[in-house]
Design a binder for this molecule. Structure first.
Ligand code: FCB
Length: 444
């Protein structure tokens, strides 16, 4: 019988992604810790607590990564550990990160370091957080400079900011992230701009400190489509959402000019081109947009799901692999290397994840056949972790975790990912064993 294989480049990065607050434990100096203490803010009253115990022993999971044949991992640095009090930098915290990154390298795992992943030192939020450019920009720049100098010999792959669009929308419009003020469209777009400016300034200082640095950003993109076929207003609203959410930030960065949707809100800072050496894509799902006259702030559209489609746990999102290729195609126009810096789903019983992995990686494989410069894939996430306002209920890990006992167990999807990483390929034998229902479609 003929056998089929999807081969990936030999030097392809097979990794996982995590964020400091979600895995380290006891990040007591940031805005999330404070927020978690109030009932009603987090699903089920959950708290991050000791999280996945990474501050004490991330190395135990790094060993597990070796068992899964991973050659890359994306993690983030917690600003509030490095600078718990404004202007006071904690040498021990920097040393701990240095140890972690060295630990990854020694295991043959290339680290990618994110400098801002949703959390702020509590003092920064007290001072207005990301709403005021004059306040936040010099402070972020100083933190970045300090951190990059200290970690210069163990990292050169930097991701300045994680999902500026999600952070701004969830905080200033969605009431899902602290301090969750009353929704304010103008303020949200002002924060978009301040994050763009922060990236540009961070990139400049990183290049100065470390000329060999490769700098990127992790950009969250969702497919927006009109709910009703041939309904022109649904389509227009979906376009508006796409422009604001998917395009405005990236276009400002790539063109070195504020996107027209942001101009009104931009600080008095000149943008420049060339701040990105690569683009990180965080891709999860597709959304259905229904025109709503009363929802100006969300592009005159509601955000819904298409009925009858495959959904992950808690209706987190539709499983829509084709959208990954759609986004890679769009990004290809920028002619920069792309890393898929996040992709995954909540699936506590792991009945969907093996098929999810195969179907999404097949889209990545197609992109590579089209000669799009896709360099790596970082699955979200290595181990179940503290999922922000969703608490512990959403299980994104290749390993399951009982946060009480800290016991982990490899899920079937984890074993599959390990096999894929080992051979840098997906074989028909893997598909037959892990997701037999896909046999008819994967190799077509
Ligand atoms: C992304 C975040 C990440 C995690 C996943 C599920 O938007 O960057 O921290 O919460 O979603």
């Amino acid at each position: 019988m003929a056998s089929f294989t999807l081969n990936f480049p030999k030097d392809f990065r097979w990794g996982t992604a995590t964020a400091a607050h979600q895995v380290e434990g006891n990040n007591i100096h940031n805005q999330w810790w404070v927020w978690e203490q109030t009932a009603g803010n987090i699903e089920g009253g959950d708290r991050s607590g000791p999280a996945c115990n990474w501050w004490e022993d991330a190395e135990a999971d790094f060993d597990r990564m070796v068992e899964l044949n991973l050659n890359a991992h994306r993690l983030s640095i917690e600003w509030s550990r490095i600078e718990p009090v404004e202007g006071h930098f904690d040498k021990d915290a920097l040393q701990r990160y240095h140890d972690m990154l060295l630990g990854l390298r020694k295991r043959g795992i290339e680290p990618m370091v994110t400098l801002h992943h949703f959390t702020n030192p509590h003092w920064l939020d007290e001072g207005g957080g990301w709403t005021n450019a004059e306040y936040v920009l010099p402070r972020f720049r100083r933190f970045v400079e300090h951190t990059v100098r200290a970690l210069d010999d163990v990292c050169d792959l930097w991701c300045t900011i994680n999902e500026p669009n999600v952070f701004a929308v969830m905080t200033y419009m969605g009431e899902r992230m602290p301090p969750a003020p009353a929704p304010d469209f103008g303020r949200t777009l002002r924060v978009f701009c301040n994050l763009v400016a922060a990236h540009i300034q961070a990139a400049a200082i990183i290049r100065e400190v470390q000329p060999r640095a490769r700098i990127g950003i992790a950009h969250h993109m969702r497919v927006f489509q009109g709910m009703r076929p041939n309904h022109i207003l649904d389509a227009v609203a979906a376009r508006a959402q796409d422009m604001l959410f998917n395009q405005s930030i990236l276009s400002s960065l790539l063109n070195g000019q504020w996107h027209w949707t942001l101009r009104r809100y931009a600080p008095n800072i000149k943008l420049s081109r060339g701040s990105l050496d690569w683009i990180g894509l965080n891709y999860y799902t597709r959304q259905a947009t229904r025109f709503r006259r009363d929802q100006a702030a969300s592009g005159f559209g509601s955000i819904e799901n298409f009925p009858g489609t495959a959904m992950s746990d808690y209706e987190y999102g539709e499983i829509y692999p084709a959208g990954l290729l759609t986004m890679l195609k769009r990004l290809n126009k920028a002619k920069l290397p792309v890393y898929i810096t996040e992709n995954g789903l909540p699936d506590h019983d792991d009945d969907q994840r093996p098929g999810f992995l195969i179907a999404h990686l097949r889209e990545v494989w197609k992109a590579i056949q089209y000669c799009y410069d896709v360099r790596g894939y970082y699955h979200w996430s290595f181990v179940d972790n503290f999922e922000w306002s969703e608490g512990w209920r959403m299980k994104f890990g290749l390993y399951s975790l009982d946060p009480q006992t800290q016991l982990r167990e490899l899920r079937r999807s984890g074993a599959l990912y390990g096999e894929i990483a080992r051979s840098s390929s997906i074989t028909d034998d893997m598909v037959r064993r892990y997701a037999p229902k896909l046999m008819d479609t994967v190799f077509r």
